[in-house]
Design a protein around this ligand. Structure first.
Ligand code: NAP
Length: 300
């Protein structure tokens, strides 16, 4: 018989993920701090729990997808947390993006109670969560990864076991370094194109398929050219992930020059109240430095 699944954290990502578990036929119990967000899922067949501990008491596999490291600690280890309701042998799967070191610490505390843990952060945005096409980067014991695979397959398309507990979060941060430094390159290049009097669309057409091509250039380059700042991923969430990169780099004793630069550039945009714009609005920080705007006709 399929294992029962608990889901804690019905935000932008959790809503779609929990719905896909229901649609795949799992028996799902949900909990969200703001209770109203449970209603649409209950209408679709989920059971509502009273607390994270209550979710854990009713589930074999307990998924968390909340905001940041202290939030995961709260729902798993805090008062009425998962650890106080879970049965021995249950599996906790954290799909939030949080600190790799905190993940290892949480897993160690769960292990003392005979509970298993995987870290399984996601990428693919709200569309990926809604459509069940997330990329899932999983850290933990191979047998538990195997156990969770039917659950992962209901929510994601590319599921990669990347190493022991904490490795999933570390790979997610690798992804974030690549995304933002790529975006810094796109921003600097497009500002340079603007200063050089080039037509933005023609320039993008000329370089997008060549050696400099990237997902960020193909997808966010045209948005920058049109000054369309609607978020696929907000500056505020991006900034949280860069803080996690910088903390982890500090713990490992390695430099992260590019990430630190982008972190500080995003900080200037947050202080201007732009934290809810898309992460490609990074270009605005360079525009502020240059006194030049993409899309402005030279000489006007
Ligand atoms: P979100 O829409 O802001 O939702 C956050 C969820 O966490 C809400 O259900 C919130 O409850 C809950 N929460 C936060 N702090 C809590 C606490 N202390 N105790 C209990 N519940 C708490 O965020 P999201 O976009 O779904 O993101 C969730 C995670 O996925 C984050 O780690 C994010 O970095 C990661 N992620 C997001 C995306 C994306 O495109 N959005 C992509 C990849 C990864 P309330 O409803 O009560 O506020």
């Amino acid at each position: 018989m399929a294992e029962t699944v608990g889901f804690i954290g019905l935000g932008i990502m959790g809503q779609g993920m929990a719905r896909n578990l229901l649609q795949a036929g799992f028996d799902v119990t949900v909990w969200n701090r703001t209770a109203a967000k449970m209603e649409p899922l209950v209408a679709d067949g989920a059971k509502a729990a009273e607390s994270p501990a209550d979710v854990a008491a009713r589930s074999d596999i307990i998924i968390t997808c909340v905001s940041d490291t202290p939030d995961v600690e709260e729902v798993i280890l805090g008062e009425d947390g998962v650890i106080y309701g879970a049965r021995e042998g249950s599996l906790v799967v954290d799909m939030s993006t949080i600190s790799p070191q905190a993940t290892r610490d949480i897993a160690a505390q769960l292990a003392e109670k005979g509970l298993h843990m995987l870290d399984a952060p996601i990428s693919g945005g709200s569309e990926g969560a809604a459509n069940g096409t997330l990329s899932i980067m999983v850290g933990g014991d191979a047998a538990q990864v195997q156990r969770a695979m039917p659950v992962f397959e209901a929510m994601g398309k590319t599921i990669t076991h990347v190493g022991p507990v904490g490795a999933g979060q570390t790979v997610k941060l690798v992804n974030q370094i690549l995304v933002v430094i790529n975006m810094l390159g796109v921003s600097e290049a497009l500002l340079f194109a603007q200063a050089g009097g080039l037509d933005m669309r023609t320039t993008l057409d000329a370089v997008t398929q060549g050696a400099a091509g990237s997902w960020m250039l193909s997808n966010r380059g045209p948005q920058v050219a049109q000054r369309d700042w609607r978020p696929g991923f907000t500056i505020d969430l991006q900034q949280k992930d860069l803080r996690l990169v910088l903390e982890a780099a500090d713990q490992m004793g390695i430099p992260a020059l590019g990430t630190a630069t982008v972190f500080n550039l995003y900080r200037t945009l947050q202080s201007q109240g732009l934290g809810e714009e898309g992460n490609h609005a990074l270009v605005k920080a360079l525009e502020n430095l240059a006194g030049l705007k993409i899309g402005e006709v030279p000489g006007t």
